[in-house]
Write a protein that binds this ligand. Structure first.
Ligand code: AMP
Ligand code: FES
Ligand code: ZN
Ligand code: ZN
Length: 311
């Protein structure tokens, strides 16, 4: 297989685009495409202040590298979830990248700021039937929004790739979770008071493309998944979608893009309006919520702290 641009030996063949590229041209193609997506979905501007959530994994570190190469002003945010060795290793990767590239990284230690690690908090609440993923997701989303708001950032950016987005879309479609479907997309506008704008510039790249980019750029990232991810439904959906992709190259991308097109033409508009009209500000933290008084984050962490005090 030869590179379409220069005829050299190809480093990657992207069957969904009928495009093979050598290492050099692939490393040019990824930032070009990222810039195209940023503009197409109006994610942010040249001078926007960007807070980039970095997990230490390939997607968020590759994205940080790309945005830096494109000349955007970014600050990283790493949330230490206190998940034993996994958190220690991933923090090390995020810090290493920031130091090597002279970039600013904000650290939030959940145990320090909230009073317990994610596994400890999970044990003290009934959320998620013994798995910490539910309290973890809730806490990460809350902290990301809080840091972005308090720091006056224009946008919060995450490293979600197409495989992540297609798996979420698959799950939401199977359950016809119209409220979630209404909110899914490359950009979540800052509509409600206190909710920052969110963007996912890598949402159209396959996971193997972001992994190839990180590898070819020599970025060190944590290879391991979170230990609690094993057996997760999202992983099962990713495997199913990959099986379909094998038979029909481009299927994952067209599933996601057709959904975005349908939304653009008005699908779920009603649900989106209803969901927005239900938002109120949490009586404790002020972040928008559909709960009548306190948001799920405040309720969960209040419970953790009161159970800690009672123990
Ligand atoms: P995940 O939910 O683990 O698939 O991660 C999706 C995105 O969320 C990553 O690409 C990061 O942008 C962000 N993220 C995940 N974990 C963390 C973390 N511990 N600290 C900061 N950002 C994170
Ligand atoms: Fe949060 Fe695994 S439980 S990353
Ligand atoms: Zn080439
Ligand atoms: Zn709250």
């Amino acid at each position: 297989m030869r590179c379409r641009k220069c005829g050299e030996k190809a480093a990657i063949n992207m069957r969904q685009h009928k495009l093979a590229l050598c290492g050099t041209h692939f490393l040019e193609w990824i930032p070009e495409q990222t810039q195209r997506f940023i503009e197409k979905y109006k994610m942010f501007e040249e001078d926007s202040r960007i807070l980039l959530a970095v997990s230490g994994g390939k997607d968020s570190l590759a994205l940080w590298d790309v945005l830096h190469r494109l000349g955007y002003q970014t600050t990283g945010l790493y949330i230490d979830l206190g998940i034993s060795d996994y958190s220690i290793q991933s923090q090390r990767m995020a810090e290493k990248f920031a130091t090597e590239n002279d970039l600013k990284l904000t650290l939030v230690d959940v145990a320090e700021s909230e009073g317990a690690t994610i596994p400890e908090a999970s044990k003290l609440t009934e959320r998620g039937k013994g798995k910490p993923c539910s309290v973890c997701g809730l806490t990460k989303r809350h902290i990301m929004n809080r840091v972005a708001r308090e720091g006056g950032y224009d946008v919060l950016v995450t490293g979600h790739n197409l495989d992540d987005e297609a798996a979420v879309l698959f799950g939401n479609t199977i359950n016809w979770a119209v409220g979630y479907l209404a909110r899914q997309g490359p950009v979540l506008e800052e509509k409600a008071d206190g909710l920052v704008r969110k963007a996912k510039p890598f949402c159209r790249f396959y996971e193997r493309e972001t992994a190839a980019y990180a590898l070819l750029r020599g970025i060190n990232y944590i290879y391991d998944e979170c230990p609690y991810a094993e057996g997760a439904t999202s992983i099962y959906y990713k495997e199913l979608l990959n099986q379909m992709e094998e038979v029909r190259p481009g299927m994952k991308l067209s599933f996601y893009l057709s959904f975005l097109r349908a939304k653009k033409f008005g699908l779920f508009v009603q649900e989106s309006t209803i969901a927005q009209s239900k938002l109120v500000n949490c009586s404790t933290c002020g972040q928008p919520t559909t709960a009548p008084d306190q948001c799920a984050y405040c309720r969960t962490w209040d419970k953790v702290r009161s159970r800690q005090a009672a123990a």
